[in-house]
Design a protein around this ligand. Structure first.
Ligand SMILES: NC(=O)c1ccc[n+]([C@@H]2O[C@H](COP(=O)([O-])OP(=O)(O)OC[C@H]3O[C@@H](n4cnc5c(N)ncnc54)[C@H](O)[C@@H]3O)[C@@H](O)[C@H]2O)c1
Length: 448
């Protein structure tokens, strides 16, 4: 099938590449000229396991193409994906300007029938807005061309995006149009062989399904973080509690890791956006508001541990940070806990020596001109002369480090572990002041 994808970011590029890999003829359109030029040269703008060979292979065999020419993009595909960003507006609601700009572009250039697919995460009612925009532009041109707007939200996880798209848990499609149903089945048939993963529903339910999924996951995380705060105050160990509740199959082990708050491009903005949607219809989403405020507070914890340890005297201190991305296996730093920590440290007069396996370039792009940030080439060099180590992201290479080397490199033996990677007993025995999340015991011993 001939497919066009507007917006070649984390979602659009992965979606385009996997569709091309099964034989669809895919044209990628982005307004970022540098990104498109780089892609044509084989330079992939994001780190995502398995993506580079997939893009190289499909570009070389001619099934994946890149352009900034929107007219060319519109004329290419009978299916047009909208996969542009939907960042939070000033009030937290999803900003639809990029989505509606693409709708306008498609309407401006379309001359034959199109199925337009909302792949971006968009509030309930957006497909109606996209339809209205297209109808308005077509009417202004005096053109009568058939089109249908389908909701097809994306559930990929950054860090596992390629495998998630190749073997999706489900493919949610919101449409009441029979022709679109048939086309969507054909489009996704290669990913649907093992068993039927397609779930058809009305457009509004599909739009809400995406928010409900992300809000549910964010709720699990904030719930566990709230439990971790209680554990800390009550002298319990949240890790024992986690095992204790995860073994209940109704609860399960997934998404119940306590930590230093959720980040990324999805959970924070999607929880906020659903809160705004609820407000607009005069509904008070008490649970979602709590999920957000627990997360906000959790992101301050790393700084609080450091500030308490150094008795408010962080000015002039150097803090080593391991992990800058919002989670492992990605270079994405959007809404990362590391950013909250670094800003608080700079505000307090401290400097940062940071290392991340993949997000160094991204950090350089965001904070490169900050004199109080040194981006170090290895995790070991980040430690040298620092007054404390903070682990922000649970990359596997941080899980079993050489604690002798850490102790010898730091000027004071302080570790703040935002992901509960280490054994409190072991670190206390080795003379470290060790602060984790919700492990009352470790905190009690160190402070004793
Ligand atoms: N990143 C994720 O893990 C993820 C997962 C599921 C859903 N989503 C949703 O998918 C959408 C895209 O997210 P992302 O992380 O891929 O965004 P992104 O910021 O990585 O990429 C968006 C791209 O759209 C391009 N763009 C903007 N306006 C354009 C236009 N008029 N024409 C063509 N291109 C244009 C930008 O230049 C950019 O390359 C969002 O709604 C997001 O919530 C993201």
């Amino acid at each position: 099938m001939k497919v066009t994808v507007f917006g070649i970011g984390y979602v659009g590029l992965v979606q385009a590449a996997i569709l091309a890999s099964v034989g669809h003829d895919v044209m990628c359109v982005d307004i970022d000229e540098q990104k498109i030029e780089n892609l044509k040269k084989g330079i992939i703008p994001i780190y995502e396991p398995g993506l580079t060979p997939l893009v190289e292979e499909t570009y070389q065999n001619g099934l994946l193409n890149f352009t900034t020419d929107a007219e060319k993009g519109v004329s290419h595909g009978s299916i047009q994906f909208i996969a542009v960003g939907t960042p939070p507006d000033e009030d937290g609601s999803a900003d639809l300007k990029y989505v509606l700009a693409v709708a306008e572009t498609i309407a401006t250039y379309m001359t034959d029938e199109k199925i337009i697919i909302d792949k971006s995460t968009v509030p309930v009612g957006t497909a109606d807005k996209v339809s209205a925009k297209i109808a308005e532009v077509l009417a202004a041109k005096g053109q009568d061309v058939a089109f249908d707007v389908v909701s097809n939200p994306e559930f990929l996880k950054e860090g596992a995006a390629v495998s998630d798209c190749m073997k999706p848990d489900r493919i949610v499609v919101g449409t009441e149009n029979e022709k679109s149903r048939v086309a969507m089945r054909e489009l996704y048939a290669p990913f649907n062989r093992n068993h039927d993963r397609m779930i058809f529903m009305d457009v509004r339910s599909a739009e809400l399904t995406k928010y409900a999924a992300n809000c549910m996951l964010a709720t699990k995380i904030s719930f566990m973080n709230e439990m971790s705060n209680l554990a800390e105050l009550l002298g319990a160990d949240i890790e024992a509690v986690r095992h204790g509740i995860g073994s209940d199959s109704r609860i399960g082990y997934q998404f119940i890791y306590p930590g230093c708050g959720y980040g990324g491009s999805c959970f924070p903005k999607d929880v906020q956006a659903l809160v705004r949607t609820a407000n607009e219809i005069d509904y008070k989403p008490a649970l979602l508001e709590a999920v957000e405020s627990v997360n906000y507070a959790q992101k301050q914890k790393l700084f609080t541990h450091l500030n308490n340890h150094f008795k408010g005297e962080l000015a002039g201190k150097t803090i080593a940070i391991w992990g800058l991305s919002f989670k492992p296996q990605t270079d994405d730093m959007r809404e990362a806990s590391s950013i909250v920590l670094m800003k608080a440290l700079w505000e307090a007069g401290a400097t940062v020596q940071a290392y991340d396996p993949e997000a160094m370039e991204e950090c350089q792009r965001i904070f490169g001109d900050n004199d109080n940030l040194a981006l170090m080439g290895t995790k070991e060099s980040a430690l040298k002369g620092a007054d404390a180590l903070v682990v922000c992201t649970e990359w596997s290479q941080f899980r079993a480090p050489d604690f002798d080397l850490i102790g010898n490199s730091l000027s004071t033996k302080v570790i703040v572990d935002g992901r509960n990677l280490y054994d409190p007993q072991l670190l206390n025995n080795r003379g470290f002041a060790y602060y984790a999340i919700g492990r009352g015991d470790s905190v009690k011993k160190v402070n004793a």
